[in-house]
Design a protein around this ligand. Sequence first.
Ligand SMILES: Nc1ncnc2c1ncn2[C@@H]1O[C@H](COP(=O)(O)OP(=O)(O)OP(=O)(O)O)[C@@H](O)[C@H]1O
Ligand SMILES: [Mg+2]
Length: 324
Amino acid sequence: MDNREVIINVEGLTKDYGYGRGVFDISIKIHKGECYGYLGPNGAGKSTTIRHIMGFAKPTIGKVQIFGKDSFGNTDKILSQVGYLPGEPAIPAGLDGWGFIRMMQGMRGEANEERLKYLLDLFKFNPDCSVKEMSLGEKRKLAVIAAFMNDPEVLILDEPTSGLDPVMQKVFIKFIIEEKKRGKTILLSSHIFSEVDATCDTISIIKDGHHVSTFNAKELKKEQDRTFILHFFNKENLNRFIKEKNKFEIAYSNEDILLAVVTFPANKYNEFFDSLEGIVITQFEEKPFTLQDYFMSFYKEERTFGGLEGVKGNTKEGLKNNGK
Ligand SMILES: Nc1ncnc2c1ncn2[C@@H]1O[C@H](COP(=O)(O)OP(=O)(O)OP(=O)(O)O)[C@@H](O)[C@H]1O
Ligand SMILES: [Mg+2]
């Protein structure tokens, strides 16, 4: 039970665009100070959900509230209180960087010059250039700076690192972690596992417009099965381990290279180590669990995801499925 104030509350949101497209029965609760990751591939429904939270669109069914008020019809107020980074930021081409920054400050009716300077330094951005001449990454940086320059308490970020180079992606992730430490409430959509893994407390996976899983990132890691890769001294040791000693699932074994991959539940460490007694092992490594493994348990065999197909990992399918 989380007693913190609920900042974003989505209950049973459905937006039906027809032909199976849209989002269906989506529920999200984001508490004050929480960093919530919204993970899904292209077309899953991330931006649609976020646009409803920002109040740009009216739900077909369901309730969408931010700060305890319905989002639809309140966009101006929401924009003045939330740092919003759209999936495709629209920046007028006729301006230069400073022009856009001043325009956004004017619309919000406030300017935090100290914070602006901090962000310009952090993202190594020079706003002197005209928007027309900016690269995609530079426009993205400008949109990021404009979203954060008033130091908002709530950040809603739709795929914030797309278009940024790897160095800037790292700067951005560090920035999000700092904002989280400062108590900000953050909703971050992404299809990049590592950035969600590095930043978010609660993660929802969305697939074809439906939530398939919502979980606490730390608990998921604690509960996942463990996978170990064992290298044996010789065939006898390998076979003795498989036939006599091991009580757990052998995911893979190979006599030629004297290797076995063993998977066991997280609370069975002792039994696993007991099973190694009297067996000569030359090398021993744990395969770390990744969010990607878990995610792929929902997507494998159905569609490719960022070029990754059929990634096999230590997954526990259905863990807390649809946990709301
Ligand atoms: N205005 C619209 N009219 C009709 N269909 C739409 C509209 N907006 C989104 N869709 C459809 O709804 C589904 C979800 O789209 P959405 O943009 O929310 O996905 P996304 O998860 O943000 O994807 P991406 O990672 O590509 O940004 C898609 O099938 C899309 O084609
Ligand atoms: Mg999108």
